[in-house]
Design a protein around this ligand. Structure first.
Ligand SMILES: [Zn+2]
Length: 184
């Protein structure tokens, strides 16, 4: 695959979308959230928050507090999801840091994919290993989808020799299914 210098990618991303991306970090500081406006981030995090049943199960099994949006707990749901993904895979990566780029819509996501890969694709999310960044359409984002891409990040950074793509994909689908059952 043709490689594009990192600085060029950065400039293209900054200047192609018009609005400049804003960044903040999750409480664990392991996840950088990259988004267009605070409103966009608040909306997506509120939508990702687990149901009342899921929250009760989390308190019983994981002893974790309810997720919060706004304030110091902002993004705690993403930290917990990242932790859960590693537990499901049985692949702990305590030092692994990732970025999640929340795109405003499907067009923004497709643009980013095309800029990075030079290819056209209509995917709701993808993981880009070079920058350890998950790109996702914030309007379509689900916990299962994010867990799937987080699993790609964990798998790609766990093995010295990366497993074949099909094997990695099967593992990511398994993680997606587990998380989508509702027990975060
Ligand atoms: Zn995948």
């Amino acid at each position: 695959m043709k490689t594009v210098p990192a600085c060029l990618i950065f400039c293209l991303l900054i200047f192609s979308g018009g609005a400049e991306a804003v960044q903040s970090v999750s409480p664990s500081r392991r996840i950088t959230m990259d988004y267009d406006s605070r409103e966009q981030l608040d909306q997506v995090l509120a939508r990702l928050a687990p149901s009342a049943l899921g929250q009760a199960l989390n308190r019983v099994f994981l002893g974790t507090p309810e997720p919060t949006t706004g304030g110091p707990g902002h993004g705690a749901i993403l930290d917990r999801l990242f932790q859960r993904v590693q537990m499901i895979l049985d692949m702990p990566r305590p030092q692994l840091t990732i970025t999640i780029r929340f795109h405003d819509d499907a067009r923004g996501l497709q643009q980013a994919y095309q800029t990075l890969s030079g290819l056209h694709a209509s995917t709701p999310a993808f993981y880009w290993q070079k920058t350890r960044t998950i790109h996702i359409n914030s309007q379509a984002a689900t916990l299962g989808m994010l867990a799937h891409e987080m699993a790609h990040a964990v798998i790609d950074n766990y093995f010295v020799i990366r497993p074949p793509g099909k094997i990695a994909e099967m593992l990511c689908q398994f993680v997606d299914k587990e998380v989508s059952r509702g027990n975060l």
